[in-house]
Each structure stands twice: as C-alpha cells, then as structure tokens.
Design a protein around this ligand. Structure first.
Ligand code: CUA
Length: 326
C-alpha cells in the first residue's frame, strides 16, 4: 500500500514537478541531458562507495599489530596497472560520448524552425517575433522546433530555461543560438544565469507554451496593442515590457534612474549644472539619446532606444508618464 503510494507519488513528481535533483522535462532535449547527468552521477556514486569501503577495510585489515616487521614493498604489478588504466579510460570515453551526443543535439538546429530574436540588456529580456512585435515574455507554440537567436545590448548575460535544459551566453556584438521543441503547454521560468550587475537577480521572464491555434491568436492580439489601447495604456504596457521598469519607479522611490512619478513638468538639474524643464521633447531625447542630458545624481547607464521604439511607441510612453503626475 505504502509502496504503491510512493511509486505513484514519484511518478507524479517526475511528470509535473521534476525530481529532487532535476526540474521537469519540458523538451525533447531534457531526456538526453538528464541521461548524461545520471551517468556521471551514478559512476561517481559507485566509485565513491567502492573507494570509501576499501579505504576503511584496508585500514582495519592491515593495521599495525604487536610484533610487526616491515616487509619489502612490491614494486610493480602489470595486470593490475593495465586493469586500472583501461577501465577508467573506457568509462571516460563513455561519459564523453554521452555528453557529446546531447551537446551536438542541442547545438545544431533542424530546418524549418520558428525563430524568435532574443535581446538581453541590463536587466530584462526582450523577445522579437517574426512580425516585429516585441514582448518581455517568450511565447511559443507546442510541438514546434523553436530557434532563439540571441544578442546583448551591453554586457554578457546568459539565457537559461531549466525545464528545457537550455542555457547559453548572450553576448554583445555577436549572435548565439539555442533551439528546443516544447512538448506540452504551460508556463516555465527563464533566468539570467550570468552575473551582470546590480539587478541581475531580477532579470527574469516566463516561457509560455501555447497550443498552435492559441499561439497564432495570442500573437495577432498582442501585436495589435497600439491600435487596440489608448496611448497611455499602451505606454504602461511598454513601460513594463521594454525594460523601463527595471530602473525607473512610478511610485517616487529611488532607482538606477529618476522616478517617473511627478516627472512631467518638473525642473531637473542636469549633470553639468544647467536646468531643464521635463516636457515631451526632453523625454523623447532622453529615450533616444539617454547619455545626452543626464539628471544630476544619476549615472549615464541607460541604453539608447534609437531604432528600437517606433515614434508611436515613444508617444505612448510619454502619454503614460503624464498620467503619473498627482
Ligand atoms: Cu543579465 Cu544576469
């Protein structure tokens, strides 16, 4: 009875939550990566147990007894030496082969993938879909080979989706790629797994797997936000998904950049001493050339949005900022 309960509990964990050691398997690749891990793990467990046992056994068995006289040590044993050289060599080759197969499988993408562009920047992820729409979450259709072409705006980040066993560095000035095939619908975590500065630990996102038809509907609906929403609302959405919120609060609290609360119409003193009134054109310049007129007390760390936000989107963000005045 207890045994059966245990077995079904383990089965449920394996299916939905993963095991104690590993997260759930959401892609084809996960099985191969886990098999490789388990091989290394059990080989290590076996030798750990064997060596520890022999160590203790020899210490007890050959301890110094009364009347002990030193014997000449034997120098050489060819069969033994061949045995302990050949066996580990074969084991290491086996480990390499298992890892190499899994690695090549996840490196070389098949033809006809659905491609999403990934941009890492301090400290958020942006996913650009084939129709040009940009979202802060990665949405993909199920049972489709997905290829991610990734690059960074600033420093080295690392894209990590543990349920899919997908992890690769995202590097400025270069493209890196990963691919995977999601096997069931659901929501999964995305992490940045390379320390990239102050807010590294909040550089998180979600990977949402839809049914094929739902995915097309989602993309069509999401892409249409400028036509569908009033500008301030679209601006609020852009604030959330395009990386503004990582540095600019909307409640007056401090951050990497000035808070947006009560910003519109304010007089700000810039680095260098001159004052500026925050109006539409200053906000626009600050989005396109953020290093140009930095508010005193802040570092010039904001990346430019030149070419990355459309004019309507900048307008929407400015309209949103105006709504944050009391
Ligand atoms: Cu990006 Cu850590």
């Amino acid at each position: 009875m207890l045994g059966a309960l245990g077995t079904s509990l383990v089965a449920a964990l394996v299916e939905d939550q993963g095991t104690f050691w590993l997260p759930r398997q959401a892609s084809d690749m996960a099985g191969r990566v886990d098999a490789s891990f388990r091989l290394v793990y059990w080989v290590s467990v076996f030798f750990f147990a064997l060596i520890t046992f022999l160590l203790v056994f020899f210490v007890v068995r050959f301890r110094e007894r009364k009347g002990y006289e030193q014997q000449p040590a034997s120098e050489h044993n060819t069969p033994l030496e061949v045995f302990w050289s050949v066996i580990p060599t074969l084991i290491v080759i086996g480990l390499f082969w298992s890892g190499y197969r899994a690695y090549m499988g996840m490196t070389v993408a098949p033809q006809n993938t659905y491609e999403v562009l990934v941009t890492g920047q301090k400290w958020n992820w942006q996913f650009t879909y084939p129709n040009g729409y940009v979202d802060a979450q990665l949405h993909v259709p199920v049972d489709t080979a997905i290829k991610l072409t990734m690059s960074s705006q600033d420093v080295i980040h690392s894209f990590f989706a543990p349920d899919f066993r997908v992890k690769r560095d995202v590097i400025p000035g270069r493209y890196t790629q990963v691919w995977f095939t999601p096997r069931s619908t659901g929501e999964h975590d995305i992490f940045c797994t390379e320390y990239c500065g102050t807010n590294h630990s909040s550089m998180l996102s979600k990977l949402v797997v839809h049914r094929r038809a739902d995915f097309d509907a989602w993309l069509e609906d999401a892409s249409d936000f400028l036509a569908r929403m009033p500008p301030a609302e679209a601006g609020h959405m852009l604030y959330n998904v395009r990386g503004c919120k990582q540095c600019h609060s909307v409640d007056g609290t401090g951050g990497i950049g000035p808070t947006l609360a009560g910003l519109y119409g304010k007089r700000e003193v810039l680095v260098g001493g001159q004052a500026v009134e925050v109006e539409e054109n200053y906000l626009r310049r600050s989005i396109l050339e953020p290093q140009g007129e930095v508010v005193a007390g802040f570092d010039p760390v904001m990346p430019t949005y030149q070419g990355r936000l459309k004019d309507e989107e900048i307008t929407a963000i400015i309209e949103y900022i105006k709504t944050l005045n009391p």
